[in-house]
Design a binder for this molecule. Structure first.
Ligand code: GDP
Ligand code: ADP
Length: 412
């Protein structure tokens, strides 16, 4: 599927890189941006369920295999590709589920340009397209034993469909009552370091002698479910998130006194004396930074637990008794089963590929890409799809189509 420019028909395949000669490729699209042509090759054979990318630089007459960042889509029976905003390629996967059909390959966005400078190679980056926006995540920090976990658990219990927890990775040992994949992803240091190298983490830090980190996927999975993501991370991590692409609300929890903090840590009984001493030493620096750095939007003192919980709910606008954070839950873009696409002024026309004559006009969808948010290394949000006609607001425009074809298109 997708339009391959003429140049590919004969000439380029003669110089196509080893391993991607015509016989071995399943299907491909070619998208031109300036001097570069991005060839996206998919295969739906069982041995190779992946999408590969090659870049042809016309000015140098050379092919390059770029460094590919971000979570990649799995392959499918075919895809359409269209250049969007002159910096990314919109990919619609054929025959895929609604939550997996829309992907973006960034080829010249700010993020990609930055990565090209750092890595000194050709770089492209994937992100998944998601309909609507997501609620701003909450970053909650504070010294060990201050009560972060207790506050977060209570909030999630009272508002289960509003909040979701970002499950961090850590190299520390599992405590009694903790579950792998629920409280943390307990992992080996070497495996975690490898994933950090691969750009899969939003932030990471060495805390009390162990490595902790938030994967991009951990946050995006909560947002995909339409929930506000809560990150329980240390001050170093909060600083990294502040500097990242993620726009969040930063809350610092303080103890009423250092002595009370020590009392709570001991009463919890989950650490050895040596570990308690280490946590208490670190608490001094954390409290200083948390209180004075200007990093946090809100400071809460956890003296009386119920009072502190009430203050937390108040600042989140949850002091009413019902569960209500009035932000729309994002839904994945739903797309037609088979299609061809064409880009016009930030609107993408998607033509449903049924062969039935006379029904063609009913199968026109418009994807509005004029207010995209986010992007690699996370999700691209703000893609909106509707049935209709992009010229509807023009005097001589084609009549707006309101008759959805058999496919369901979700709206906000
Ligand atoms: N930077 C960072 N810190 C984390 C992450 N997950 C947990 N932490 C922090 O690591 C510290 C230790 O956490 P933990 O071992 O669960 O002990 P606790 O805070 O005493 O319950 C706390 O300050 C957490 O906020 C993470 O993904 N990134
Ligand atoms: N306001 C409070 N007053 C007294 N004890 C508290 C209060 N908040 C939390 N705790 C207790 O302090 C201990 C540490 O709390 P926890 O939530 O595990 O801290 P953190 O996640 O910040 O390390 C727990 O045993 C918890 O029950």
């Amino acid at each position: 599927m997708g339009e391959a420019p003429e140049i590919f028909e004969d000439d380029l395949w003669k110089v196509f890189p080893v391993g991607l000669e015509p016989e071995s490729r399943g299907y491909q699209t070619a998208t031109i941006l300036g001097e570069k042509t991005y060839v996206i090759v998919g295969s739906d054979t069982e041995s190779s369920l992946s999408i590969g990318i090659q870049v042809f630089d016309k000015s140098r007459g050379k092919w390059a295999i770029p460094t590919v960042l971000g979570t990649k889509p799995t392959s499918c029976k075919g895809h359409s590709a269209v250049l969007l905003n002159k910096d990314r390629i919109l990919i619609l996967k054929q025959d895929s589920t609604p939550d997996d059909c829309t992907w973006l390959l960034e080829v010249d966005t700010e993020f990609v340009r930055e990565q090209k400078k750092i890595l000194k190679t050709e770089v492209v980056a994937w992100s998944k397209g998601v309909k609507g926006d997501s609620p701003k995540p909450l970053v909650i920090s504070g010294p060990s034993g201050v009560g972060k976990g207790t506050l977060i658990s209570k909030l999630m219990k009272e508002f289960p469909s509003t909040f979701g927890f970002s499950v961090s990775h850590t190299t520390r040992a599992l405590r009694d009552k903790e579950k792998d994949g629920v409280h943390y992803h307990f992992t080996e240091r070497s495996a975690m370091e490898k994933e950090i190298q691969e750009g899969k983490f939003l932030e990471y830090a060495s805390v009390h002698g162990n490595l902790y980190g938030t994967s991009i996927e951990a946050v995006e999975m909560v947002s995909d479910a339409g929930k506000r993501c809560i990150l329980d991370i240390d001050v170093q991590g909060a600083r990294s998130v502040r500097a990242s692409f993620l726009k969040a609300i930063f809350i610092f929890i303080c103890p009423p006194s250092y002595e009370e903090l020590e009392k709570r840590l001991r009463a919890r009984g989950t650490e050895t004396e040596e570990q308690i001493q280490k946590r208490l030493r670190n608490a001094r620096a954390e409290l200083e930074q948390g209180r004075s750095s200007g990093l946090f939007d809100h400071l809460l003192v956890n003296d009386d637990f119920e009072m502190c919980y009430k203050s937390l709910k108040k600042l989140l606008g949850l002091d009413g008794s019902t569960e209500a954070i009035c932000e729309p839950s994002p839904k994945m873009v739903e797309s037609p089963v088979g299609h061809s696409v064409l880009e016009m002024n930030e609107k993408v026309l998607i033509h449903c590929g049924t062969a039935e004559l006379g029904k063609a006009s009913k199968n026109l969808f418009v994807l509005d890409a004029s207010s995209l948010k986010g992007g690699a290394p996370g999700r691209t949000r703000g893609l909106n799809m509707y049935v209709g006609d992009p010229f509807a607001d023009r005097p001589n425009g084609i009549k707006r189509l309101l008759d959805p074809c058999k496919l369901s298109i979700s709206t906000n």
